[in-house]
Every structure is written in structure tokens, then in C-alpha cells.
Design a protein around this ligand. Structure first.
Ligand SMILES: Cc1cc2nc3c(=O)[nH]c(=O)nc-3n(C[C@H](O)[C@H](O)[C@H](O)COP(=O)(O)OP(=O)(O)OC[C@H]3O[C@@H](n4cnc5c(N)ncnc54)[C@H](O)[C@@H]3O)c2cc1C
Length: 506
């Protein structure tokens, strides 16, 4: 039987932002201070944004952006939306200025990473860029009197059919209605659905499914980026050995100490993540990161978090030798289809950052373009939101919500994801995974947890469908039974119709 939960009403806001990472903060801090903003998140300090290591890709001046555009398209196997990529790379210098003006102190030298033709990665505090940036953004947000920050979990969005009206959130066991004329989803990705992941455990795509359930379109779900150098010394979330280590000279070797990546790509360690992950997946035996070529002094100076992560798990990369690594789910390329200002097909509903499918990443994200995406499109969304009309009062808001207290366990869902949606996929395994998902046994639990797990199952079902429908290999989606096809389409999910292939515009 469903649990019927009463809804208590909170004062209205101009904007509700769900999330506390770089996307959410970029919107909140770019909106006029006259707007009343509610920023809610299930966790405000352990976000992917805080954990970001390598940095932010940005050319210093507009005359250099063509190379950044080209690298982004090449990494994305040219399935990117070119216009959106142009917005991304041309917004990059201004995004860096925005951070510097807020107080972020970047290191004077720019770095180079895999997939980038030149050194254009801005970093701060060695390899703890995300934390350095988020500390500044968090302090600015805390000092902004118009922003109310609360720990709460999004349960459902409220619309009047075609226009967003607010959000229902769980706050300390109660269900609270936050009315707003604009709602921004900045809920991050869904990589926590895989057993091996680098993101916080809470990133299971709840925001994406909430948007889908009110009529928003999801796209590109088959594209999940696996990071090749997750440190395999512990359970998930696996600590990350940043891409910049390979840029600085680290090697990927096998148990015999042999570099094996050149057999599949002449760029070797500097190939893009999809290629490196696939080569590691196909290579027999374990893989290791050898940081000897960087040397102890440079490693300690430039990569202190990496060193600390290894030592925390009892491994000194010089005394004990190369560090065991394996690919782990790292970044959701697919998500809520969003336009030039993060707008979705539901009026007043925006999606920015990793939960969005803005089209900038194509079939595979270029390293260090993600923090940038949150910044650029977060600021663009803010510019759009500030001009929106005031809230159209809905006749009736929900006074109760019925939630089913039954769902399958998270471990059972992840086991299916691991098998069906790994680095390499094939039709029979995808079919078996879909059947296994449908056959999952549900157990009784707290209705809020159950609602999250039901949402996870729904997203996994769509992702398996998307991976089944894309029968060719491209970017981060590798099919061992690939056919040759024109890949230039996006698979879209909207609850009003069956999944469909939409030809890409640019
Ligand atoms: C270890 C690691 C290293 C990385 N390094 C880099 C890098 O160097 N450069 C780069 O460009 N990118 C990097 N990335 C990717 C990048 O960090 C993320 O893609 C980006 O930070 C996402 O920002 P976001 O604001 O969209 O979401 P996040 O930072 O993931 O924040 C999501 C927020 O939403 C909240 N949330 C989620 N669901 C709900 C819900 N139902 N209710 C309420 N709140 C919810 C979360 O608690 C969180 O506050 C890295 C990622 C990881 C995991």
C-alpha cells in the first residue's frame, strides 16, 4: 500500500535551484540579488564539483578558441552540437574572469591534458581545483542574503501541465512544497548507479527522472564516460588519478611494466578517455599508473591529492611501485535535453551542469570541459531566468503525495548496470539486463528511499534501451557487435511517446 504523506508549504521563491555544485552556484551567484532564491541539496559539500581534480579548460583570449572547439568536437566524435560547443568555448575566458573576480586564485601555469592540443587547463591548489573553486563559491553564496540554502532532497517537480510551479522536497522526513516561477536542476550525473564510480554515491540521476516525469525530454543516455585511471585500492567512490598526471608524463602499464596503449592509439597515454578505458578493458590483466617519469618532487608539488589518496590506502607510488587502476563510471553525458540557456521543453524548468544534455560533449566529453559547462551554461541560464515573468498561481497545489514504499535494492540495480552497461556492450547482454531489471524483487523500505530507487530503476531501463538502440560504436559507447551506421542522431525519451531517434542539427 502507498504511504500518503502530507505536504507542508514553504514561502514562495522566485527561483528554486536543486544542487550545490558548480552548476547550481553559477546560476545562484549570477542572478540579481533582488530575487529570492532557494538552493536545496542532499549534500552541499561532497559534490563532484568539490571533488574535481584536474581543472577547467579555457583559452585565455577569444582569438584562441578555435583549437578548443576543434578538440571538443574531436573528443566527442563530432556528435556534438557545434553551436553549443561554440557557446561553451567562447564563454570560457569570461567564466574564468568571473571566478577570479569572486576570489579564486589559479596557478600561473596552464596545464595540458589528454585530448587537448595545447596547455589550456586552469588549476588551483595543485590537483584540488574543484575544492578551491567551490570554497570560494560557497563562501559567496553564504554571504548572499537573498539565497536560502537548505539540506533537502528533491522528490517531485510540480507543474501546471506545461509550466513549472515549484518542487516537492523531503526535509528531515517531512514533505515540503517550494513554490517558484523557475526551477533549475543542477543535480549532477548518474554514475553512482555503477558499482565502480568516482562521483559521490548520491549521484544516481534523481533530477533527470524527476524532469522526465513532468514531461521533459532526456537524451544521449547511452553515453557514459568511464575514467581510465580510477585508483583501485579501495571500494567506491574510487579516488581519481587525475588526467593531468598523464599529461605530466605518467605511464599506464600492465603487470609486466609494459606500456600497452600505443597498440590501439598512437597518442598512447594522451588519447581520450574513451579510447584509454577501452584499451585497458580489452587488455588482459590489471593496469597500473607509473608515476616514476614525473618524479617524487614534482609529484608532491603538483599532485598532492593523488599522493595523499594512494598513501591513505597504504600505497606509496615510489616505494611500492605503480598504482593499480581501473576504469570507473565517471561522467554522465546524457541527461535532460537543454538549450542555449539551459532551458528544457517545460517552461520555467532549466537543467545545467552534468544533469543536462546540452549537446556540448557529443559522444565523449573532453577532459576539463565539465566544470566549464556548469559555469558557462549556469551563467547563461541566470541571464534567461531573470527576465521570466512572475509565478502564475496554480489553482491547486498538492496537499498530499502518495509514495510506494517498495523498491529493489540499490546493489541489485547496480549489479545489472555493471554487466549490461559496462565499457563494452552487446545486444544479448543488454537484452538479458533488461529482463533482469524487470524481474527484480522489490522490498519494503522508507518511502523516500524507495522513491529514489524506483527512479534509479526507471533511468537504468531507459539507458539500457538507449544502448540497445544505438547499434554502432562511437565515442564512449562501444558495442562488441557493432554495425556500421550513420551515427548522427540522438535517442530521446519523452513520456508522451516511445523512444525515438532524432537527427542531429549541427
Ligand atoms: C572525482 C572527480 C573529478 C573530476 N574532475 C574534473 C575536472 O578536473 N574538471 C572537470 O571539468 N570536471 C571534472 N569532473 C566532473 C565534474 O566535477 C562534474 O561533472 C561537475 O562538477 C558537475 O557539476 P554539477 O554542478 O552539475 O553537479 P555536482 O557537482 O555533482 O552537484 C550535484 C548536486 O546535486 C545534489 N543532488 C543530486 N540529487 C539531488 C536530489 N534528488 N535532491 C537534492 N539534491 C540533489 C547533490 O547533493 C549535489 O549538491 C570530475 C568529477 C569527479 C567525480
Amino acid at each position: 500500500m502507498n504511504a500518503v504523506i502530507p505536504v507542508s508549504e514553504e514561502t514562495g521563491f522566485d527561483v528554486v535551484i536543486v544542487g550545490a555544485g558548480i552548476g547550481a552556484h553559477s546560476v545562484a551567484l549570477s542572478l540579481p540579488s533582488t530575487l529570492r532564491i532557494a538552493m536545496i541539496s542532499q549534500d552541499a559539500v561532497q559534490t563532484s564539483s568539490h571533488w574535481a581534480k584536474g581543472g577547467i579548460a579555457a583559452e585565455s583570449c577569444l582569438s584562441e578558441i578555435d583549437a578548443h572547439l576543434e578538440d571538443t568536437l574531436a573528443a566527442g566524435a563530432r556528435l556534438n552540437d557545434r553551436d553549443q560547443v561554440h557557446r561553451l568555448v567562447s564563454g570560457a575566458p569570461e567564466a574564468i574572469r568571473f571566478l577570479v573576480e569572486l576570489g579564486v586564485v589559479f596557478e600561473p601555469t596552464l596545464e595540458r591534458e589528454g585530448g587537448h592540443q595545447s596547455a589550456r587547463i586552469w588549476h588551483a591548489d595543485g590537483d584540488a581545483t574543484g575544492l578551491a573553486v567551490m570554497r570560494v563559491l560557497g563562501a559567496r553564496r553564504a554571504a548572499s542574503l537573498n539565497i536560502t540554502s537548505t539540506t533537502a532532497r528533491l522528490v517531485q517537480l510540480v507543474t501546471d501541465g506545461d509550466c513549472v510551479q515549484g518542487a516537492l522536497v523531503e526535509q528531515q522526513g517531512s514533505l515540503v512544497l517550494l513554490k517558484a516561477r523557475s526551477v533549475v536542476l543542477a543535480t549532477g550525473g548518474a554514475t553512482g548507479l555503477w558499482s565502480d564510480h568516482t562521483s559521490p554515491d548520491g549521484n544516481i540521476g534523481t533530477g533527470m527522472v524527476a524532469a522526465y516525469r513532468v514531461g521533459a525530454t532526456l537524451g544521449d543516455l547511452e553515453f557514459t564516460q568511464f575514467h581510465p585511471t580510477a585508483i583501485a585500492l579501495t571500494g567506491s567512490p574510487l579516488p581519481l588519478a587525475t588526467e593531468a598526471l598523464r599529461g605530466a608524463g605518467a605511464w599506464i602499464v600492465d603487470a609486466e611494466g609494459k606500456r600497452f596503449l600505443f597498440a590501439s592509439d598512437p597518442a598512447g597515454e594522451l588519447a581520450t578517455r574513451d579510447k584509454v578505458s577501452l584499451a585497458m578493458h580489452r587488455h588482459q590483466g590489471m593496469s597500473f599508473l607509473d608515476v616514476e617519469p614525473i618524479g617524487p618532487a614534482a609529484l608532491a608539488k603538483r599532485f598532492p591529492s593523488f599522493l595523499e589518496a594512494c598513501r591513505r590506502y597504504g600505497h606509496d607510488p615510489f616505494a611500492n611501485g605503480p598504482v593499480p587502476i581501473r576504469p570507473a563510471a565517471h561522467y554522465s553525458i546524457g541527461g535532460i535535453v537543454a538549450g542555449p540557456h539551459g532551458e528544457t521543453n517545460i517552461q520555467g524548468l532549466y537543467a545545467v551542469g552534468e544533469c543536462a544534455n546540452s549537446g556540448v560533449h557529443g559522444a565523449n566529453r573532453l577532459a576539463s570541459n565539465s566544470l566549464l559547462e556548469g559555469l558557462v551554461f549556469g551563467r547563461r541560464a541566470a541571464a534567461h531566468i531573470k527576465d521570466r515573468p512572475t509565478l502564475r498561481q496554480r489553482l491547486r497545489y498538492p496537499s498530499t503525495l502518495a509514495l510506494s514504499p517498495r523498491a529493489p535494492s540499490r546493489a541489485a540495480i547496480s549489479a545489472i548496470v555493471d554487466v549490461g552497461l559496462g565499457v563494452e556492450r552487446d545486444h544479448p547482454t543488454l537484452q538479458r539486463s533488461q529482463a533482469a531489471l524487470e524481474a527484480l524483487v522489490s522490498n519494503e523500505m522508507n518511502p523516500y528511499f524507495a522513491s529514489e530507487l524506483q527512479s534509479a530503476r526507471e533511468l537504468v531501463a531507459m539507458t539500457i534501451q538507449a544502448a540497445t538502440l544505438r547499434r554502432g560504436t562511437i565515442g564512449s559507447h562501444t558495442r562488441s557487435d557493432a554495425i556500421t551506421e550513420n551515427p548522427n542522431y540522438r535517442i530521446e525519451f519523452n513520456q508522451s511517446q516511445p523512444p525515438r531517434r532524432v537527427e542531429r542539427q549541427s
